[in-house]
Design a protein around this ligand. Structure first.
Ligand SMILES: *[C@@H]1O[C@H](CO)[C@@H](O)[C@H](O)[C@H]1NC(C)=O
Ligand SMILES: *[C@@H]1O[C@H](CO)[C@@H](O)[C@H](O)[C@H]1NC(C)=O
Ligand SMILES: *[C@@H]1O[C@H](CO)[C@@H](O)[C@H](O)[C@H]1NC(C)=O
Length: 344
């Protein structure tokens, strides 16, 4: 009988030791993890200060690195272009266009907390070697709406008060400014067919020259602007629409992603989509009819009483946005293939 308590202890002891061992492991994990967090404390957690490496000047264009707070009210951002700091920075922003041929990106391990941002504002047609970023990227910054940092070429801002808009006097019909031709694209063949049925004044490379000084003054005389994208890609709606048509004061005739895609960003009655017509000839006829029907033409300007078009410019603006997003989303995120995501 006297032995029984020992027996009991013998029975419980392994469980007890197991629990002690678990506590021990847990404790060390905490200490280890804790010291890692501590290392990061001064930089990331305490004052939210992020150091971001601008891997290349985008398209070789320099911009001020200290404007986030003063211009965009985003605090806690420091930028550097000094690649020697690569193993110390919180994030690196890669502008795809500048590295896609050279494949000039860091190799080898990086600090576990360091996040890489993939920055691209060019459409798939001119974006190659996306696979160099396989299994390396944490955030995307592009014109695609589902990017972590969404950079549209423009957007419409609702007005607080309805405003009247005076439609500029028009004396000409259809204008198009084109710098690169991209033979074989849908827009090239659509234009070739369209011009058989309606006069189109084409400006730019190989065509009537148009200087920046003359740009607005020349275009504003036209009723319609061919906002034809060089690539039909989701959300790829460029300055051709925002600046050349809307801001200058012309009605855009768009060729690009489907109408539904445009309608996510702009009122349905603000533009004419080539897909609304069964052929370029039919579109030409519609434009010629609109030319004679002023009341109907003016309806394409009715949205201007409620919205104003905004184009945000400046590389510093984009990089500051990246910083703000890096501050706000601290969670783990890994993108296996930016190419797969981008091209769809
Ligand atoms: C870049 O950073 C390294 C390491 O801090 C420093 O030694 C070097 O002087 C810096 N280079 C420039 C151009 O600032
Ligand atoms: C960043 O993404 C890569 C893979 O794309 C991943 O290996 C890494 O752990 C991620 N880092 C963070 C801090 O999310
Ligand atoms: C523009 O000029 C280039 C080079 O001279 C030529 O290859 C191209 O076909 C021209 N495009 C048009 C639309 O005339």
């Amino acid at each position: 009988m006297a032995k029984r308590p020992y027996n009991k202890l013998f029975f419980i002891l392994p469980y007890f030791l197991g629990i002690v061992l678990l506590l021990y492991v847990w404790f060390f994990k905490q200490v280890f993890h804790g010291s890692e967090v501590e290392n990061r404390l001064p930089k990331e957690i305490e004052n939210d200060q992020l150091l971001i490496l601008v891997w290349t000047w985008p398209f070789g264009e320099t911009f001020p690195l200290d404007t986030c707070e003063s211009h965009y009210k985003i605090s806690g951002c420091s930028f550097t272009t000094n690649r020697s700091l690569c193993d110390r920075v919180d994030a690196v922003v890669f502008h795809h266009r500048d590295v896609m041929y050279s494949r000039d990106i860091p190799r080898g391990p990086r600090p576990h907390y360091q996040r890489w941002v993939w920055f691209n504002i060019e459409p798939p047609i001119v974006t190659v070697n996306l696979n160099i970023f396989d299994n390396l990227i944490n955030m995307t910054m592009t014109y695609k709406e589902d990017s972590d940092i969404f950079l549209p070429y423009g957007y419409m801002k609702p007005l607080k008060e309805p405003q009247s808009f005076k439609i500029p006097t028009k004396s000409k019909l259809v204008a198009w400014v084109v710098s690169k031709w991209y033979q074989g694209t849908r827009r090239a063949s659509y234009y070739e067919e369209l011009k058989k049925h309606i006069d189109i004044d084409v400006y730019g490379h190989n065509h009537t020259e148009l200087s920046w000084d003359e740009f607005d003054r020349t275009l504003i005389q036209y009723k319609f602007y061919l906002a034809f994208e060089n690539c039909e890609h989701k959300d790829y709606i460029t300055e051709k629409l925002w600046s050349n048509a809307f801001i200058t004061g012309l009605v855009p005739v768009v060729l690009g992603p489907p109408r539904e895609n445009y309608e996510r960003f702009i009122p349905p009655t603000s533009f004419i989509h080539v897909d609304d017509f069964s052929s370029p000839k039919e579109l030409a006829q519609y434009l010629l009819d609109l030319d004679k029907d002023n009341a109907k033409y003016e309806q394409y300007f009715s949205w201007r009483s409620k919205f104003v078009t905004v184009r945000e410019l400046g590389w510093d603006n984009f990089y500051c946005k990246a910083c703000r997003e890096l501050q706000q989303s601290k969670g783990y995120k890994a993108i296996a293939s930016v190419g797969k995501w981008f091209r769809t």
